[in-house]
Design a protein around this ligand. Sequence first.
Ligand SMILES: CC(C)(COP(=O)(O)OP(=O)(O)OC[C@H]1O[C@@H](n2cnc3c(N)ncnc32)[C@H](O)[C@@H]1OP(=O)(O)O)[C@@H](O)C(=O)NCCC(=O)NCCS
Length: 167
Amino acid sequence: MTQGDEITIRTARPEDAERLADIAEQAWQPVWRESRRQLGDELFEQLHPDAVERKRRAVAEHVTDYPAWCFVAEGGGRVVGFLCARLNAGRDGIVAEIGNNAVDPALRGQGIAPKLYEHAMALFRERGQRYVVLTTGLDDAHAPARRAYEKVGMTPVCPTVQYVRAL
Ligand SMILES: CC(C)(COP(=O)(O)OP(=O)(O)OC[C@H]1O[C@@H](n2cnc3c(N)ncnc32)[C@H](O)[C@@H]1OP(=O)(O)O)[C@@H](O)C(=O)NCCC(=O)NCCS
């Protein structure tokens, strides 16, 4: 993909699964690095064993299990980002949830993720959803994600922090 290529959003297909897992593996590297830096190697391995494989599997399984709620961004004939979502959370089934989402690290900062969020939110509304929620980190590695979410009008609420002490 080159600068200026149009980005289109479509529903994922089973054959996208491997590419989505590859994007996820690359995109989460800074997140895992920061988490490992803060937790230390031993605790990171305890809390996030097989982080790469688990993330790959979660993304690939979402494509298979919820194909209607996995969206991909395409540019220059290639998949460059994705978003996994779920519907009907909450007591009355009116809350949609955005889950794993990522953009090819080489193509960040071009507004690709906000296009995915807007696409998903339009479909959530069509399906009677009245809210969308998601959870992300407050660490530096998640700053691009927080920025992208806030660009499409999401508001941070109920921040949490993890405490740790060696025994
Ligand atoms: C979160 C993510 C999907 C955003 O995708 P995106 O298409 O780059 O989103 P945007 O283009 O709106 O950029 C968002 C912010 O990223 C930052 N950014 C820009 N270029 C960047 C780059 N090359 N590398 C890292 N961050 C960059 C900027 O702060 C930008 O905000 P700005 O446009 O106001 O400057 C992407 O950063 C990503 O894949 N991150 C890793 C996985 C992740 O954290 N997923 C979300 C989990 S909750």
